[in-house]
Design a protein around this ligand. Structure first.
Ligand code: NDP
Length: 253
């Protein structure tokens, strides 16, 4: 059966859990060959088996995208396995919260290394392949960058996370202007709070101090963002969903 993404190849970073895993499943269900990248290979292998059991095609690539050599190899391995690249979902990210004053500066380094540099390495290596794919019969290719509500609205206690996601937004729009004439769509998704493991990396004292803010908040599901990403990359080639803010219902966020 032919579905919207049959015959295309997608690479999802941060596919070992949360939004990335849900997105890999969703794109595979639409017929894409899916490359799954993250550091935890055991989780990627499980997801590959699940996709294959559902009749899909998937490949696990153990990668730390903060390492430029590994990020480049991830793209090359995908292209070697599937013959090209149509969709790059730059999803891998980390959120380490807390006031800037007295923050462990190593947390800032980690967020900049992954949320900014990792995304840039993956994008740079992928661009020639995406531009080539857009010259093919489908006449389009996609980069989908996962930002955050914090990439639209700076939030106290999230200064450097907000900085990284605002940077992703700026890069996304500038890159869109550069490549839209060659039919590569560059899109930004800004989720509000989603129930994933993202919050488990936050220092316990910071989580405790911010629990009231989240106490009654509705949380989105990873599948809600996967749906959004799948919608974006299955529009007709003439339609570019350049920016989407996805908020939960009944929530200040
Ligand atoms: P998770 O913590 O569930 O997933 C993060 C993913 O990133 C994991 O698969 C992890 O895999 C991967 N990752 C972490 N470090 C690296 C690395 N060095 N190299 C490669 N992959 C890495 O979080 P979410 O699914 O929630 O987050 C996905 C994206 O969504 C992030 O960019 C986040 O900022 C954004 N977002 C999330 C929101 C939320 O409330 N959850 C709200 C707004 C935006 P592994 O550890 O195996 O490498």
């Amino acid at each position: 059966m032919s579905t919207a993404l049959t015959g295309t190849t997608a690479l999802v970073t941060g596919a070992s859990g949360g939004i990335g895993a849900a997105t890999a499943l969703s794109l595979a269900a639409q017929g894409a060959n899916v490359a799954l990248a993250a550091r935890r290979k055991d989780r990627l292998d499980e997801l590959v088996e699940r996709i294959k059991a559902d009749g899909g095609t998937a490949l696990a690539i153990e990668t730390d995208i903060t390492d430029r050599t590994q990020a480049t190899a991830m793209i090359e391995q995908t292209v070697a396995a599937f013959g090209g690249l149509d969709t790059l979902v730059n999803n891998a990210g980390i959120m380490l919260l807390g006031p800037a004053e007295s923050a462990p500066i190593e947390e800032w380094d980690r967020m900049i290394a992954l949320n900014v540099q990792g995304l840039l390495y993956a994008t740079h290596a992928a661009l020639p392949h995406l531009l080539a794919a857009a010259e093919g019969p489908r006449a389009t290719a996609d980069i989908v960058n996962i930002s955050s509500l914090a990439g639209r609205v700076p939030i106290a206690g999230s200064a450097v996370y907000s900085l990284t996601k605002h940077g992703v937004g700026a890069f996304t729009e500038a890159l869109r202007q550069e490549v839209t004439g060659r039919h590569v769509r560059v899109s930004l998704i800004e989720p509000g709070p989603v129930a994933t493991e993202l919050f488990t990396n936050i220092r316990p004292e910071i989580l405790e101090a911010s629990k009231d803010a989240y106490a009654n908040a509705t949380l989105l599901h990873a599948e809600d963002i996967a749906d959004t990403i799948t919608y974006v990359v299955t529009r007709p080639a003439r339609v570019v969903m350049s920016e989407l803010l996805v908020r939960p219902d009944a929530s200040q966020w």
